[in-house]
Write a protein that binds this ligand. Structure first.
Ligand SMILES: Nc1ncnc2c1ncn2[C@@H]1O[C@H](COP(=O)(O)OP(=O)(O)OP(=O)(O)O)[C@@H](O)[C@H]1O
Ligand SMILES: [Mg+2]
Length: 245
């Protein structure tokens, strides 16, 4: 009788991959959905005023549109990552993406009393997937906001910086929270690793794989005198120059 070879049980691996994919989608759309709800509600309130505050309602609706486009783009980009398709590259100015992220999170930053410092270098361009870069910066800023929630004895600060550092284009996101314990410095990038109740632990794993898919890297460090700093860097970049036409 022919022997029957036991087939390896692929289910746990598949389930894990599916679990990580589902966790990634849940993670990435959470923030844009929150921005949509908040701004749609604000828009209705502006319209209900007598007389209706049309300019404010229009501004709220513009954010609803941007956030829903961001969510759609993020789902597409995660799907692309899961299917291992190449990032959809275009050339854009990195400073603009940082500003777009801050615009989407402005209400939350204000609500949490976080003072934001922006320090932009010249308008360097990346040839990369813009939505994915936005995802990375948004996740880093959201982590900073969460790290600052426990800080009550000093003003909460978030510092965003773009610069050329060691020949690479670098975006840094620093907060003055409690920082990252040395023992966790590498584990924080593992999928599903989280120290937060209810955290999916997918944010930094997604960020690092996006950086690497673009030939870049993402590192964490200590901010001075308190807090954590994340450096996202890319070796290949160009300087934006106004077209002469
Ligand atoms: N700015 C920061 N300051 C201190 N610790 C941080 C910071 N950013 C990330 N971490 C640590 O890294 C861990 C992993 O972060 P990651 O974004 O991957 O998941 P999460 O934030 O825990 O969960 P989720 O993103 O689903 O809310 C966090 O749980 C936290 O311990
Ligand atoms: Mg996170």
């Amino acid at each position: 009788m022919a022997s029957i070879k036991p087939t390896p049980d692929l289910r746990p691996a598949r389930l894990n991959a599916l679990g990580e994919f589902a966790a990634s989608i849940a993670h990435e759309v959470k923030q844009p959905l929150a921005a949509i709800t908040l701004n749609a509600r604000a828009g209705l309130q502006w319209l209900d005023q007598d007389p209706p505050r049309l300019e404010e309602a229009r501004a709220a609706l513009r954010i609803v549109l941007e956030a829903s486009m961001a969510a759609t783009g993020m789902v597409r980009s995660l799907h692309g990552m899961a299917c291992q398709t190449a990032p959809q590259r275009a050339t854009f100015v990195v400073n603009d993406v940082v500003r777009d992220v801050l615009q989407l999170l402005r209400a939350e930053l204000r609500l949490q009393c976080i003072g934001v410092t922006e320090d932009y270098g010249p308008d360097y361009q990346l040839n990369a997937d813009r939505v994915q870069l936005m995802q990375v910066i948004m996740n880093l800023v959201l982590n900073a906001i969460e790290a600052l929630k426990d800080i009550h004895d000093r003003p909460r600060t978030l510092a965003l910086r773009t610069a050329i550092d060691g020949g690479a284009l670098c975006v840094s996101v620093a907060d003055n929270g409690a920082g990252i314990p040395a023992a966790l410095a590498e584990r924080i990038f593992d999928p599903l690793f989280s120290t937060k109740p209810g955290g999916t632990g997918m944010g930094l794993a997604i960020c690092r794989s996006i950086a690497q898919a673009h030939g870049g890297c993402l590192r964490s460090g200590d901010a001075r005198p308190h807090g954590a700093v994340f450096h996202l860097s890319f070796k290949e970049y160009t300087l934006w120059t106004p077209s002469r036409s």
